[in-house]
Design a protein around this ligand. Sequence first.
Ligand SMILES: Nc1ccn([C@@H]2O[C@H](COP(=O)(O)OP(=O)(O)OP(=O)(O)O)[C@@H](O)[C@H]2O)c(=O)n1
Ligand SMILES: C[C@](O)(CO)[C@H](O)COP(=O)(O)O
Length: 234
Amino acid sequence: MSVRYWAVVPAAGIGSRMASDRPKQYLPLQHKTVIEHSLQHLLSHERIEAVYIPLAEHDGYWPDLRISRHPKIKTLLGGKERADSVLNTLTAMADVAGDQDWVLVHDAARPCLRKQSVHLLLDTLSGESRGGILANPVNDTIKKVANEDEILETVDRQQLWQAQTPQMFRFGLLRDSLQRALAAGVNITDEASAVEWAGHSAKVVCGPSDNIKITRAEDLPLAEFILSRQNESC
Ligand SMILES: Nc1ccn([C@@H]2O[C@H](COP(=O)(O)OP(=O)(O)OP(=O)(O)O)[C@@H](O)[C@H]2O)c(=O)n1
Ligand SMILES: C[C@](O)(CO)[C@H](O)COP(=O)(O)O
């Protein structure tokens, strides 16, 4: 059977750092919600067969979105942390996904993902055995800080990249790596860190720096501006 492509969009967070009246993935952004922007180029990609979305228990916002009825979307219950939500989803996908299938994991809180970036990731990695991630080289000088504000040292940034999403790995490798890392109590903040911990290599694929994650209040107007410029260039 030919290799298939799936997407997982973790959306079970509460957005505590955003401190808004609802989880940040449901905040209004450019005439839609954050999550609808984050989903659009995964849903429209012809090779991606289904998009699995782990949601928080009692999520009362998702059912109200028209996109919740999209035929490609399947929802399920997320977990305590982002990595748990992703592993819950991969476990639920076991009946449909083959070990060599590709899975793209993309934060529901990254609404500025460009269509061309999804195509770049698939075109770059599909022929590879390894997986990889959209990322962007660090441009600022990086300081290591202790006691809240004391600079300990300047970190050499020549080899430092900021990880983004989507992160794309083979289904079996990602499921097994996540399972082992979480069982070992490793702090996993992205899919690549579980794959690295399990001893496998991964690649970065250089994407635009405007693929930002909505984390705090000041990120939302920036995303408004980015999307308004992307719409102009369409
Ligand atoms: N238990 C969790 C926690 C987070 N996420 C998702 O993972 C993505 C990135 O996580 P983050 O930015 O940390 O979102 P929150 O956990 O909601 O934010 P915070 O840490 O500020 O509470 C988000 O789309 C979030 O919905 C998830 O699916 N399950
Ligand atoms: C997955 C991620 O977006 C890569 O940069 C990041 O690790 C998510 O971190 P968060 O604290 O769960 O937002």
